[in-house]
Write a protein that binds this ligand. Structure first.
Ligand code: NAD
Length: 425
């Protein structure tokens, strides 16, 4: 029985999907119903108004959120999203995914997420800085290196984290780099953090290939939906492995080349022009067409809900690595699993970001920094280990659904910790 009595949490498809998937995992693992009910709702949510002065002198007010879903295992951890579709419910759903992700990969961290309902592409640099500083100030009572540690997500980056760190530090009176991760290297960021999510996606694809018994070589075709911080790195790493990246896209549409792109040239072109259209030796393709390409590996790395009941029948990829959070709706996911598509679930596939965020936090606390090779090696070891635990769980629970198995692994650790800590008071 659902006890989400106010309905506010359930307003977004992402939250509803996360709960449906949690319920399915709970059913298979016979989860304590009291723990299940607690996990269906976030622990705490803060809604803030963020007024800023625009460059033309007018004042605009944006709505911001920080949601802490569960902090049983440690401080909250999760990105800050600037996007026009951000809502309290969506942020809560993303915070819930963070809880299960951190637990699955064995981090001493809980799940949180934040965001502002804003189209950041319409703001100047100064306006973005004002927005970030005021938002940080409004949520400062619930964040901190021991409480809840934000990081970048859609529409935010290392510069955003630098402004957040500075604002928080100014208000406390001394430098507190540990309040955020994904910082620039010069402020205590970690080597390899920027690439970590895309790299982690590719590590899980390599394990999938071994598990399913295929080689990744020049005959392996890949399509990447979303060419941002996650998608562009995943595309680059797949090309470095020798695979043929035949299609990539961003919010404005995509490009296709059946022989595979010269990835170095494509990255340089995108860096210079900030668009994919017009890249030599490519033809335009829509985002819908890209998702329906007959490729070996599809990496949806943009936003949630892009594969749903209306387009799932057209999806032809054999393996889907969820670079984004929640890119496949629950019903589409079920249909794909029934068709034998191997889906590497978001809480596993894109966990590289939070794993290296954790490394950044640890390095910062020790004031002792590691080389990029060390970071990558440790990242690989954690994510590969988690992959095999999920595959083992799939066999143990007699399911061919990696998502349910991953959730079970995440929820299982959390369940034990919650029962040990008990219910306060
Ligand atoms: P980003 O803002 O750097 O990139 C997003 C990309 O998606 C851009 O290329 C954008 O043009 C494209 N896009 C946006 N809307 C689109 C649409 N409707 N159709 C097609 N393309 C669209 O964001 P990011 O950090 O790369 O995050 C992408 C996804 O990965 C998000 O779901 C995010 O939550 C998830 N994620 C990110 C990290 C991280 O470390 N950055 C970690 C884990 C998960």
């Amino acid at each position: 029985m659902s006890i989400l009595n106010s309905g506010i949490w359930e307003a977004s498809p992402l939250y509803k999907n996360a709960v449906l998937q949690l319920e399915e995992a709970g059913r298979v693992m016979k989860l304590d119903p009291n723990v299940l009910e607690r996990l269906k709702r976030p622990k705490r949510a803060l809604i803030v108004s963020v007024p800023i002065r625009l460059d033309d002198g007018a004042v605009a007010v944006f709505e911001g959120y920080r949601v802490q879903h569960n902090m049983t295992l440690g401080p909250g951890k999760g990105g800050i999203r600037y996007h026009q579709d951000v809502s309290l419910s969506e942020v809560a759903g993303l915070a819930m995914l963070m809880t299960f992700k951190c637990s699955l990969v064995g981090l001493p961290l809980g799940g949180a997420k934040g965001g502002i309902c804003v189209d950041p592409t319409r703001l100047s640099r100064l306006e973005k800085q004002s927005l970030t500083r005021r938002y940080t100030s409004e949520i400062n009572m619930i964040i901190g290196p021991d409480k809840d540690i934000p990081a970048p997500d859609i529409g935010t980056d290392a510069q955003t984290m630098a402004w957040m760190m500075d604002t928080f530090s100014q208000e406390q009176g001394y430098a507190i780099p540990g309040v955020v991760t994904g910082k620039p290297l010069d402020l205590g960021g970690s080597h390899g953090r920027a690439e970590s999510t895309g790299r982690g996606v590719v590590y899980t694809i390599i394990e999938t290939a071994k598990h399913l018994g295929f080689d990744i070589d020049e005959n392996t075709t890949v399509a990447v939906h979303g060419f941002g911080k996650v998608g562009s790195v995943a595309a680059e790493e797949m090309a470095l492995l020798g695979a043929k990246v035949v299609a990539v896209s961003d919010v404005d549409g995509g490009i296709y080349n059946r022989n595979g792109f010269n990835m170095k040239a494509l990255l340089a072109y995108y860096q210079k022009n900030r668009r994919l259209a017009g890249f030599p030796e490519s033809e335009p393709i829509t985002n819908d067409e890209l998702l329906a390409l007959k490729v070996d590996i599809l990496i949806p790395a943009a936003i949630d809900g892009v594969i749903h009941s209306k387009n799932v029948a057209k999806v032809k990829a054999k393996v889907i690595a969820e670079g984004a959070n929640g890119p496949i709706n629950a019903d589409a996911h079920k249909a794909l699993v029934e068709r034998g598509v191997f889906i590497i679930p978001d809480i596993l596939s894109n966990a590289g970001g939070v794993i290296v965020s954790y490394f950044e936090w640890v390095q910062g606390m020790q004031n002792f920094f590691w080389s990029e090779a060390e970071v990558n090696e440790k990242l690989k070891s954690i994510i590969v280990n988690a992959f095999h635990r999920v595959v083992d769980g799939m066999h143990r629970h007699k399911t061919n659904d990696m998502k349910t198995a991953a959730l079970i692994a995440g929820v299982d650790r959390l369940n034990r910790a919650m029962l040990l800590r008990g219910l306060f008071p």
